[in-house]
Design a binder for this molecule. Structure first.
Ligand code: ADP
Ligand code: MG
Length: 238
């Protein structure tokens, strides 16, 4: 497990600055939710933490280690996306074990970790199935399982439930809360959904045009937003 520190992190694409200097300390085991309008830089920030995108400026520390220049594979991070590209010809078990397969881990270890992840995600009965034989929620659980087997120090979620219908979204939200309780791993979670943000977060980060507008506990932002922008995302209707 690991905490996370963003220090004056910036990102430019060509001339355009999309992240304008973000400072944030996330404690080990915290559940931090990023909210903000489309295009404000939420995904870019996650991708920089994961190492899928280079930072233009600033430092990123994971578990106190400066990983700014480090390879994604070495950062001890796993990311779950909105579109969970499972391999259609592989079983659930093979899909989940794939990152370990790629890392050339021994078969016993892969089998053990897949079994553990399947237990946590209630997928034990589905390990032999193909993705097309699963519901949307089950498929997203497989994608989360693929992250769990890597035993990351930090989980990154980029709108993982956006493609699910309302009922499944509620169910999966509860599962993700349980997952966090069981694993105790640091989680950074991007969502558009105010209820997801309010119920999952230990702290919510409101982003606006590549900068942090306000950070606080859900109730703090809900009851006492700094401005109407924050209120529009989290604040009580008035
Ligand atoms: P969000 O996830 O909050 O919707 P993004 O992080 O996807 O926002 O995008 C932030 C801004 O950066 C947007 O204006 C987007 O168009 C721009 N952007 C993202 N990726 C690239 C890229 N590879 N090249 C150029 N601009 C990009
Ligand atoms: Mg995004």
């Amino acid at each position: 497990m690991a905490g996370l520190s963003l220090q004056s992190v910036k990102k430019r694409f060509g001339e355009t600055e999309v992240i304008g200097g973000v400072d944030l300390d996330v404690a080990d085991g915290e559940f931090v939710v990023f909210v903000g309008p489309s295009g404000c830089g939420k995904s870019t920030l996650l991708r920089m933490i994961a190492g899928l995108e280079r930072t233009s400026d600033g430092r990123i520390l994971i578990g106190g280690r400066d990983v700014t220049e480090e390879d994604p594979a070495k950062r001890g991070i796993a990311m779950v996306f909105q579109t969970y590209a499972l391999y259609p010809h592989m079983t659930v078990a093979t899909n989940m074990g794939f990152p370990l397969e790629m890392a050339r881990r021994p078969k016993e270890e892969i089998d053990r970790k897949v079994a553990e992840a399947a237990k946590i995600l209630h997928l034990e009965a589905y390990l032999g199935r193909k993705p097309r034989e699963l519901s949307g929620g089950q498929r997203q659980r497989v994608a989360i399982g693929r992250a769990i087997v890597r035993q990351p120090g930090v989980f990154l979620f980029d709108e993982p439930l956006s493609n699910l219908d309302a009922e499944l979204r509620v169910q999966m939200r509860i599962e993700i809360a349980r997952l966090h309780q069981e694993l105790g791993t640091t989680m950074i979670y991007v969502t558009h959904d105010q209820i997801e943000a309010m119920t999952l977060a230990s702290r919510i980060v409101v982003l606006r045009a590549g900068r942090i507008e306000q950070v606080g506990a859900p109730l703090e932002l809900y009851e006492d937003p700094d401005n109407s922008f924050v209120a529009g995302f989290i604040g009580s209707p008035r």
